[in-house]
Design a protein around this ligand. Structure first.
Ligand SMILES: C[S@@+](CC[C@H](N)C(=O)[O-])C[C@H]1O[C@@H](n2cnc3c(N)ncnc32)[C@H](O)[C@@H]1O
Length: 164
């Protein structure tokens, strides 16, 4: 079930202090269930499509705010954790999420069994990210330093020319 799937990430993000951003929140998964599960946490629901952002405004709990925009156009190095489910192919999702996270924080991606860990690790390394051990169904990428110069790349580039 969709709710259970979102909540599977609670323990992973609970250990990453600081604002939590759900990148490509869409209908609110996993950000809205996580915001309910962690009521003391500041949650940002980041969504590129205006229509979906309006929907999110209706359902966001008090500790969550909606930002309508693309990951590549946001400020960098502020979130304690970035989560994403079904955002893009994992190397692209990692490239979009890592710049948002501050040093010491982490990106948590919900992934399917076919996710290529080595490919994600190679992409992440370009954006100061290092793959860590994670439960099945997740990739956890630690942000090991500030966002390197040149990132985020221009809108569209991460999908057209993936880093790995
Ligand atoms: C397939 S939906 C997944 C929605 C939700 N996370 C879920 O699992 O149900 C992907 C969402 O990401 C949004 N999106 C795609 N690229 C984005 C970007 N670069 N920045 C922010 N949102 C993006 C899309 O508008 C879409 O709503």
């Amino acid at each position: 079930m969709l709710l259970d799937d979102s909540l599977r990430g609670t323990a992973l993000v609970a250990g990453l202090p600081g604002p939590l951003v759900d990148v490509g929140s869409g209908g609110g998964a996993p950000g809205i269930p996580l915001a309910h599960a962690l009521p003391g946490r500041e949650v940002v629901l980041l969504e590129a499509e205006g229509r979906k952002a309006v929907f999110l405004e209706r359902w966001a709990p008090a500790n969550a705010r909606v930002v309508c925009g693309r990951a590549e156009e946001q400020e960098t190095d502020w979130a304690g954790a970035a989560v994403a489910k079904a955002l893009a192919q994992p190397p692209t999702a990692a490239e979009w999420c890592l710049p948002l996270v501050r040093e010491g924080g982490a990106v948590v991606l919900w992934v399917g069994p076919s996710a290529d860990h080595a490919q994600v690790a190679a992409a992440a390394a370009r954006v100061a990210g290092e793959l860590e051990d994670a439960p099945t169904g997740f990739l956890v990428i630690r942000k090991t330093g500030p966002t390197p110069p040149g990132f985020p790349r221009r809108v569209g580039v991460a999908k057209k020319r993936p880093l790995a």
